[in-house]
Each structure stands twice: as C-alpha cells, then as structure tokens.
Design a protein around this ligand. Structure first.
Ligand code: SF4
Ligand code: SF4
Length: 307
C-alpha cells in the first residue's frame, strides 16, 4: 500500500487510518486503482425513487450521477431478494468485496436501501458497505449508515455556490415540500456540505465526490473550487470528474472531450486525489470494473428458482 494512503488530512490535520479503514480503500475497486484489477463490487438495485431533479437526468433510466444514462437496471424487491443476490455473488465470485447501493434512483430516498443494508451487513459483516447519494438526505441517514458499517460514501456535488447549483437542479423535495430555484440549491448544498460530507468524514467514512462536468459556463470553471473545498478543507478522500452526457434540459450541450476531462482532473489534482478509472457502472453492476458478470448472476438465480 502506497504511503499516500496511510493517513488522511482532515481539516489540516494528519489522521492515521486503522487497518480496518485501510481495507476499505485497498479492497475497493473505486477507491484504489490497484484494487480494481483484483477486487469487484456488487451493486444492489433496491432504490427506484429520487428526491431531486437534475437538469441532465431523464428519470426513465438509472441515476446518471453514478451510472451510465440510457441503462435501466432492474429493481430487487423486497429487500430479501437483495440478500439472495449477495449470497449468490459471495459464493460464486469471492473476489467481490464491496456491496454498494447506487440506485437506480437515490438510495437514501428509499427505505428499502436501509432494509437491504441491514440484512446484508448482519449476514456478511466482512463485506465493505458502500453507498452513492445526491446528499440531500445524508445528514439524517448518517447514524443508520454507520450502524451497518457503511464506510464508503459517494456524494454527487456539482456546485459549492447556490447561484451555480440553481442552474443544475429543477427542484428538490424535502420533508414533504418541493423547493425550486435558489432556495432548492441552497437547501441541497447545506445538506451536502455541513450536514452530509462533514458528518461522514467525522465518522471516518471515506468520501468520494462525483462532480458532473457541465460546460460551457454552467459549472466548468467552478470545478477546481469544488475540489479545493472538499479536498484539503473538508477531508474527502477522492474526486471523480464525470463528463456530462447531454440529455433532458442539457440535451443541446456539447459534452467535454476526454482531453478536457483529463485537463480538468489535472487542475483539481493539487487539492484532492483524482479517480481516473471510473467505469460509469450500471446500478445493478456486479464484478470487477469493466468485467461485469451481472447477466450470469441473474440468470443463475432465475434458473435456481425454477428448480
Ligand atoms: Fe437523476 Fe440521480 Fe439526479 Fe435523481 S440524483 S435526478 S436519479 S441524476
Ligand atoms: Fe466505481 Fe465509477 Fe462504477 Fe461507481 S460508477 S462503482 S465510482 S467505477
């Protein structure tokens, strides 16, 4: 393990990782580019609903904050089906060390997420538990996530300035009320920052930030500022620049090229470690990155049911 992983910088202080924490990096294919060749992840699709509307998302598909648009994952229901899936995967693919919930909507907006995490963690306490979220409900979910040993949290954060955020989100629904415009962006940002990311770092969770790169003039020039804020200042672990895939209200935008993405990552690198190997997985992806086996797993489960 490289020395860079031995300590975290949290609010300017060097904080040592304990061995269990180190495992959550060294065996997680998204947190370590070395781990991605040896270990796999199992996404458990139990969360169809979402509590916000991003202007680049058509809700017929998976949450594009984490996944490839145009892909519709199945939804496992009830959560016991999720446990069956994990049993199958652990038996057949022992290199899978991570169980993650990444959709197909917003995990924390679906009670089934917590039911599935509980069942899986009780039976497989050694598995690394991971979640991907837009952050709106993160503060009130932190304690429960910690109870199920969720140690890796991805937060999609597209702006640290509500004037920019309001260009990216149509609405936010919180506590039964719908918010629009600046108010919606302010509420989302407050929940993501002070509430969510700060609390997750304080709980020693590893926080990965996903930022959708939206040119021209939406958030592109703002991205290094996001990296600076969440990296050195807040103690997030890694930063994943995701080029926009144009759809819905941003359908007419020309997305950044791979070169522009690399240049953006280089601009952010001084502030926070860059994830450069993201595969934009489906919300039901299983296996090593780029070597998905979910079709085989689901087929096998179907066959077993018939027998
Ligand atoms: Fe779509 Fe995900 Fe945004 Fe919800 S959080 S609107 S599912 S991209
Ligand atoms: Fe990891 Fe990227 Fe796949 Fe998420 S979408 S599981 S961050 S490789």
């Amino acid at each position: 393990m490289a020395d860079e992983y031995r300590t975290a910088t949290v609010q300017g202080r060097e904080v040592p990782y304990d061995p269990e924490q180190l495992r959550k990096i060294s065996e997680h294919p998204c947190y370590s580019d070395k781990a991605c060749h040896a270990f796999g992840r199992c996404h458990v699709p139990v969360a169809p609903k979402c509590n916000i509307q991003c202007n680049y998302c058509i809700r017929d598909f998976d949450c594009v904050n984490e996944s490839r648009p145009g892909v519709t994952s199945r939804v496992l229901s009830p959560p016991e089906e999720a446990l069956d899936l994990v049993r199958n995967v652990v038996r057949e693919y022992p290199y899978v060390k991570v169980v993650g919930i990444a959709g197909p909507g917003e995990p924390l907006a679906n009670p089934e997420t917590f039911e599935a995490l509980k069942l899986i963690h009780e039976e497989f306490p050694h598995l690394i538990m991971c979640i991907s979220t837009n952050g709106l409900a993160l503060p009130e979910s932190i304690e429960e996530l910690a109870k199920y040993d969720v140690g890796n949290v991805t937060v999609t954060l597209n702006a640290v300035d509500p004037a920019i955020g309001e260009k990216i989100y149509s609405w936010v629904e919180y506590d039964g009320k719908k918010y629009h415009g600046r108010e919606a962006a302010e509420l989302l940002l407050a929940q993501q920052m002070k509430g969510g990311i700060e609390m997750a770092v304080a709980k020693k969770m590893f926080v990965k930030i996903n930022t959708v790169y939206i040119p021209p003039g939406i958030n592109d020039e703002h991205i290094p500022e996001i990296a600076k804020k969440v990296g050195g200042e807040m103690g997030a672990f890694t930063f994943n620049v995701i080029p926009l895939i144009p759809q819905y209200k941003f359908a007419a935008i020309t997305p950044p090229t791979p070169k522009e993405k690399r240049e953006m990552q280089d601009r952010c690198e001084p502030y926070i470690k860059q994830m450069r190997h993201c595969a934009r997985c489906r919300a039901d992806a299983i296996g090593k990155l780029g070597q998905d086996v979910q079709s085989c797993v689901y087929q096998q489960m179907k066959d077993e049911k018939k027998e």
